[in-house]
Write a protein that binds this ligand. Structure first.
Ligand code: MD3
Ligand code: FE
Length: 210
């Protein structure tokens, strides 16, 4: 489903079995790189979203600013390898010859939100950004290149993929709220990382390929 030029929604791209396999891969990432609480530049105000990363580079934010770095901000360890299923999703959906360098893992509790912003900390703005959703559904909002442009929102469900490239690469976006999953007696184990929580993987190319 094309939401705007360059912004493509793939509902249900991962079936339940693939969601469970990806969740297991992300669980291993979180053991090697425990979630940290990012903070706003200058003010130090904590984000409501907790984060971790996989891949050669990870996105971090603290009082010093936003940046990509090769190591965990608290443990100092290199980020774990990119989850194989995330790499496979990039190969299938990104339409870009170079592999992703950063997989940001966003963990949303029931009250967590992400305000409207642009992703522009990457040197390579030709590469798309790929998002994969797990766990609870969420209300995702997107607008235009200017912060004051009108916005629309869609519901992102677990297993959905979203590709943001081309004319949409710098559009504003955010997460209004995490939603309650429809009761599912057949699969009470489908919640990741915990009941009522949402996990989003954001795959990005950071440096320009040689
Ligand atoms: C649309 N994360 O980490 S991913 C982020 O669900 C972030 O965790 C949200 O925004 C989340 O920066 C949304 C979807 C996304 C990512 C990048 C975009 C949508 C985008 C860049 C341009 C347009
Ligand atoms: Fe973003």
């Amino acid at each position: 489903v094309i939401l705007a030029p360059g912004l493509v929604h793939h509902p249900g791209w991962l079936d339940r079995a693939a969601q469970a396999r990806l969740a297991a891969e992300v669980e291993a990432v979180l053991v090697a790189a425990p979630p940290f609480t990012p903070r706003m530049p200058r003010t130090g105000k904590p984000f409501s979203v907790r984060m971790s990363n996989a891949g050669p580079l990870g996105w971090v934010s603290d009082a010093g600013g936003y940046r990509y770095q090769p190591t965990h901000p608290e443990t100092g360890a290199p980020w774990p390898a990119l989850p194989p299923l995330a790499l496979a999703a990039w190969a299938a959906l990104a339409g870009y010859p170079a592999p992703p360098e950063a997989c940001l893992v966003n963990l949303y509790g029931p009250e967590a939100r992400m305000g409207l912003h642009q992703d522009r900390d990457e040197d390579d703005l030709d590469a798309p950004v790929l998002s994969l959703s797990l766990g609870a559904p969420a209300r995702f909002r997107y607008g235009g290149l200017s912060r004051s442009d009108p916005t629309r929102s869609i519901r992102l469900e677990p297993g959905d993929a979203l590709v943001m490239g081309g004319a949409s690469r710098l559009c504003h976006h955010g997460v209004d709220r995490v939603l309650k999953a429809a009761p599912d007696l057949l699969d009470p184990g489908g919640s990741f990382p915990a009941p009522g929580w949402r996990c989003n993987l954001t795959l990005r190319r950071v440096t320009r390929p040689a």
